[in-house]
Design a protein around this ligand. Structure first.
Ligand SMILES: [Zn+2]
Length: 337
């Protein structure tokens, strides 16, 4: 898996190249940065940004067990307009909490499954039925409670065996841990009593430095639940993260996982229709890639003082144009002379 052809081809103006492989990037070899997976049109290099808006890194904040003061965490993220992922235990969640999770979901947070009873799923003595209860039934049950079945799963204690891992991968689009085989560019930061604002901010800075996706894995705040972190520590860190959001994509676990999957399975295409109109497409091999991806067009000639306008968000910086394009829906860029 993840063996991509290294794509490095030239397209003559107006002629489409067809290629049935993804080239947004991947996780192996020379494709890892997307640098060899680009289209060249005339003087321009066209590539898919590794993160939306060509940000330098991504971070997802996740909290396990759905502890009783999760409302403080939700409120904290809401205060900054940021979204977090909560892995809840289907069978240990009371009715008032379901109503809180449903509201959180409606406000853009993500609710994932953390099993039905928090049984550790690395136990080889568990029967198929027991595994299905924890992994599959928890998903269905959460769906009946909040109106949407979770797409993401976190193993209790991050413990799994080959059987539970196969079943989880069959039923969820992303698992927090373990990483996919060969998957690179990820890191996990666990929160607890020893977490400080300094240590958390440093982990974020390191992620930006190396361009990775950082998953922060906590439980609760202020003494509740397992391994809590102080809410003031978390607040100060989130405030710092929010101040860097032009550089860091702060999104739920499921959304970042999806963008990465689509990045690996898609390629951009630029067609220069004429001097003042360009067409940009994202061609994907995955039908579930239906969200906008950022296409990056680079070239010295872009720094000519002409202004670009587009049907979707477009940003022009010196010799770069960034445009968000939904796979299957052409994006147009118009230039004003
Ligand atoms: Zn847990």
């Amino acid at each position: 898996m993840n063996l991509h052809h290294i794509v490095n081809w030239t397209v003559v103006l107006g002629i489409c190249a067809t290629l049935n492989t993804g080239c947004g990037g991947g996780t192996s070899g020379a494709c890892s940065a997307g640098a060899d997976c680009q289209q060249e049109v005339g003087a321009y290099n066209v590539s898919l940004a590794q993160y939306p808006g060509n940000r330098l890194a991504a971070v997802s904040y996740t909290f396990d067990d759905g502890s009783r003061n999760s409302d403080r965490i939700i409120g904290l993220f809401d205060g900054y307009g940021l979204k977090a992922t909560f892995f809840v235990i289907a069978g240990l969640t009371g009715e008032p909490q379901w109503s809180m999770w449903k509201t959180a979901l409606g406000n853009g947070h993500e609710i994932g499954s953390h099993s039905f009873t928090h049984t550790l799923l690395d136990n080889d003595k568990l029967t198929d039925q027991e595994l299905a209860y924890e992994i599959v039934d928890s998903k269905v049950f959460i769906g009946t409670k909040i109106g949407l079945e979770p797409e993401v799963f976190a193993f209790p204690g991050n413990k799994y065996n080959s059987k539970s891992l196969v079943l989880a991968r069959e039923n969820y689009s992303a698992i927090r841990f373990p990483f996919e085989q060969g998957e690179t560019g990820r890191n996990i930061l666990y929160l607890g009593a020893t977490s400080t604002v300094t240590s958390m901010n440093a982990a974020l800075d390191a992620a930006v430095e190396s361009g990775i996706w950082l998953t922060v894995a906590g439980h609760s705040v202020d003494g509740a639940g397992y391994s809590p972190v102080g809410s003031e520590v978390l607040r100060a860190h989130i405030s710092y993260a929010a101040s860097r959001r032009d550089k860091i994509w702060i999104e739920t676990f499921g959304k970042v996982a999806k963008y990465r999957r689509c990045w690996s399975a898609s390629r951009p295409q630029l067609i220069i229709v004429n001097n003042s109109e360009w067409r940009v497409d994202v061609i994907t091999t995955r039908p579930d890639c239906t969200s906008a991806m950022t296409v990056l067009i680079q070239g010295g000639g872009l720094n000519s003082g002409r202004k670009a306008r587009a049907t979707r968000a477009v940003r022009q910086i010196s010799n770069e144009i960034l445009v968000d394009v939904v796979p299957g829906q052409s994006g147009q860029i118009y230039f004003e002379n």
